[in-house]
Ligand binder design. Sequence first.
Ligand code: FAD
Length: 678
Amino acid sequence: MEDEDGYFGERVAATYDGTSGVFGPGTVEATAGVLAELAGGGRAMELAIGTGRIALPLTRRGVEVHGIELSRAMVARLRAKPGGEDIPVAIGDMATTTMDGTFSLVYLVFNTIMNLTSQDAQVACFRNAARHLEPGGCFVIECRVPELRRLPPGQNVLPWHVSEENWVAYSYDPATQAMHGHYVEFSGGQGEYHTMPFRYVWPSELDLMAQLAGMRLRDRWDGWGRQPFTSESSQHVSVWEKPGPLGLGHNGLMDADVVVIGAGALGLSTALHCALAGRSVVVVDRHTAGSQASGRAAGLFKSVQADKLRTRLARRSITRALSFADWAGVPLPVACPGSFLIARTPQHREYLGQELAQSRRWGADVREAPRTELSYYRPAGDEYVLWCPEDVYIEEPASLIQACLAACRRHGAAVAENEPVIGIPVTAGRAAGVETERRSIAAPVVVDAAGGWVRQVAGLAGARVPVAPVRHQLLITEPASSIDPAAAIARVVDAAVYLRPARGGLMVGGFEPGPLPVDPEQQPASFSTDDVPLNLGVLRKLAGQVAAEAPAADSTPVAEHRGGLFTMSPDGRFVVGPVPDLPGLWVASGCNGSGFSSSLAIGEALAAWISSDTPPPGMTALAPDRFGPLTDDTLVSRGLWQYAHYYDPAAGTPQRPLRVGWPSGSVRGDAALTRDQG
Ligand SMILES: Cc1cc2nc3c(=O)[nH]c(=O)nc-3n(C[C@H](O)[C@H](O)[C@H](O)COP(=O)(O)OP(=O)(O)OC[C@H]3O[C@@H](n4cnc5c(N)ncnc54)[C@H](O)[C@@H]3O)c2cc1C
């Protein structure tokens, strides 16, 4: 080490500003913009404040900034800048030095966590950050993802920069996570060597450090533009949160305005819209958010629907997905290639003709397509094809869940994962909250958005919700050069098959003519979506029906095969609104295969209904009391009919139950569930 100022003594401080691209105004302003938003009007503390690269622009945005800094030489540079004198700075190690008061934001940018060269010191830094945060405040770190993937086997040095002025390289010790920067500066033909020690650290390791300090991850982005963090990201901006007033850091009793059971697409969207309406909201899920049906979805949004209300909700959801960042404050990647609806039989041609006329009447942009041009679909030439330019998809369903989660937290909703709801207390004839394995949450509004378990959850309060869970599956092929990743979605209605590009391959999903009902209520308590029996043979048959036009669907090796439960209702429409006979209990379910794509509009409408106690226009048509008493047999047989007629629900209505009750061959009782890959 050079002097009492550590590695950032006078020599470094004198030339520090401007030595890297991060001093560019674009980067500085993007960083300050995000931090100002996270400070939310409160005070901020910068660990390793340095020469004020970020602190000064943040101050100019009206945030009161304090700082901790080891190097007096760096602070002298800060003091010399306009406004620099006014920033309170404590000299000392950022892992241990304290300041008075609490802050709504503590941040540490530009890889500086790696300047703490032991794991203990890095953990201490998280604890120090948490100590200074007020409840609900957040700690932000900007750091590289360790570049170990770039090291050739057997090599531990990575060249970084070579020019006439200087050379930079980094060496790595994977055993200790020690890393050294090696810098050679050239002047007058002479080179001078310096080195600096670091400890590289993985994002997941930082999450554990946050957990040790009582914080949890709220957001992780690939940069200050809030780009999604992916397996290819070389950097991350991570935001951890200290539990807030509705924080989940304690067990026992809590109060909220609204408690939502289920952190799938429908539950999270409802929670987010309730939080945006100013309600205090807690979401509870027995697994992790999005881990059940929502995380398995194909991610398809479809503007052509069987009736006016569903068309409105579907199109509203597309608009809300495309503008998610504007109203929820979190980016959401959406692919907008449009879709083709394809009919190859006279009966389906006629059916699509009707859909064209009615969808147009209901405002959707749908047109007759002259000829389907798709890299993965070669038309025979005699099809009838509709072009739906409004249709979109979300490549990975988890990105909608993560965006909703981040937005929920941003707007103050707390989300408790791995915490099953085991009771819904009823007081004076009203649902009064939930009991989980860890706490009691009192709330005048309880929303049952438990997906395939929605009936079971309503049953905890003695209420009934009319939905029948039914299996649905899809596959994604291995990547193939013949598939254009930008190609449109294709839905072949006579085969009940949908296709879209996915991960360089093709996604193939479809509606089996003999659907499999699955009743989680009759399964062991541990039953989850992972236990839904999959059957590749069903998908192979469906793919076989389009093999002539889409050979890749049938012939390319399968990279992923996944499935889960649809919640089918007797009339194929959502089940949304107040549960009959139990004030205070609401439901968001009856997805009928469109719950993922309609979730943003359904959550918006349900939150408005809850807030005003008045149903938004048209929504009573979805209320669960519309069915009256139904036997399980009728519920299941009608649900199965709706499933089998997903693409042509107007082609007829069930005159009599196609099957009775939970038929033989369905998954009920203690039947062993196995993954049938046949
Ligand atoms: C393979 C597949 C493809 C699909 N493709 C599409 C598509 O392209 N477009 C589309 O719109 N829809 C699609 N769907 C349907 C879509 O996934 C669902 O409509 C949607 O995800 C339903 O969301 P949800 O929130 O109701 O359910 P879920 O995502 O299942 O969420 C319910 C949550 O409730 C929790 N829960 C259950 N019991 C309890 C309890 N006791 N306590 C606390 N929490 C509990 C569960 O853990 C779960 O996380 C697809 C579904 C599948 C299976």
